[in-house]
Design a protein around this ligand. Sequence first.
Ligand code: CAA
Length: 385
Amino acid sequence: MTEPTQMSFALTEEQQLLCDEVRRFAVERIRPGTAERDRNHEFPAEILGEMGELGLLGMLVDEAYDGGGFDALTYVLAMEEIATVCPATAVTMSVTNSVCCWPIARFGSEELKRRVLPALARGEVIGGFGLTEPGSGSDASAMRCTAVRDGDSWVLNGEKAWITNAGYGKFFVVLARTDPAAGNKGISALVVPADAPGFSVGTPEDKMGLKASKTAPLYFTDCRIPAGNLLAEEGHGFRIAMATLDHSRLGIAAQAVGIHRRALELAVEYARERVQFGVPIAQHQAIQFKIAQMATELEAARALTYGAAVAEHSPAAGRLACQAKLYASEAANRACWEALQIHGGNGFCEDYEIARLYRDVRVTTIYEGTSEMQRMVIARHLLRS
Ligand code: CAA
């Protein structure tokens, strides 16, 4: 094992205890079924129930709404522990915490928060986020889904693509065009319950990795929701979506750190055991250099991620989260590539955990904004001033 995460950072006693508890839970309760759930594309429903009881699904929600009231660093620490053991469970956790609960807690009316947050925060139900559409991915403001005000309701029509937790989520924060002529200022954010009339879920995607998490399209056909499900004001949706991603990218950075950490652990274990040319391959300099590089990049990714989390309220928070997500996801991809290389032909076989990690890590440079979009946002921040 590499050192637990927190060795290189001064954590509070509460954070340390939480890390220890989450690590124990992840190793004892999640790890035994991770490979099988991946093989069977099985959603970790039972595990999520237990995570809810531990308070891991409403970490960013205030205690007044039954959440944990944790800061971003504590959330990131917990994410890393879960991702080290099961990246698919980690993305499910990340999405409900940070792109569903977080924007509702931040931008919802008091009435809406009282109505939907406690069940989400207690983990009795989970949530998701509907931004992407078939024709609108990186160019998020090109969305076509509409919401029209009709008396005490909003009526949605359109489609959302690649929605994590679709089919299992109870509430989705959905971005829709409420004024087609107003560009990004004509987009609003609405909370759509999965039992709203006119709401349906399409066929789940057959993904190359994170197979135990669920990803599917959402369809809205005259889907009617209460007027009070609007977040902030009409026309504020695009900025809400961007602010949400500014924060949630920390979770994906932490997921990448967790995967990277596990890839390094597996590489070290295998290098110690595997004998070639009469010695464990760990004694060959070519292998030692790979391990040294992976470990160094892990610490760099972790430092960026924790640093960005600590700075969650600073004016640079969005840029720092992009930098953390960009670096951590690319470093984790490199680490999984090298760890599989160290495993040789065995790593190409699903009997070895590194094969799953190699598939799971790939999407971290894509979702919640591709590396290219992260670079664009970072550059814009720097050049603007
Ligand atoms: N906070 C608040 N407001 C912001 C903002 C932020 N971080 N970023 C931009 N805005 C505002 C701007 O100030 C601007 O306002 P004005 O019009 O008043 O000037 C407005 O929003 C438009 O901003 P841009 O001109 O920068 O918008 P753009 O169209 O050029 O594109 C983009 C911006 C950054 C590329 C954006 O489209 C983007 O982030 N794309 C990536 C989408 C993404 O990350 N999708 C992930 C899907 S969710 C997911 O993956 C979840 C999962 O399953 C795990």
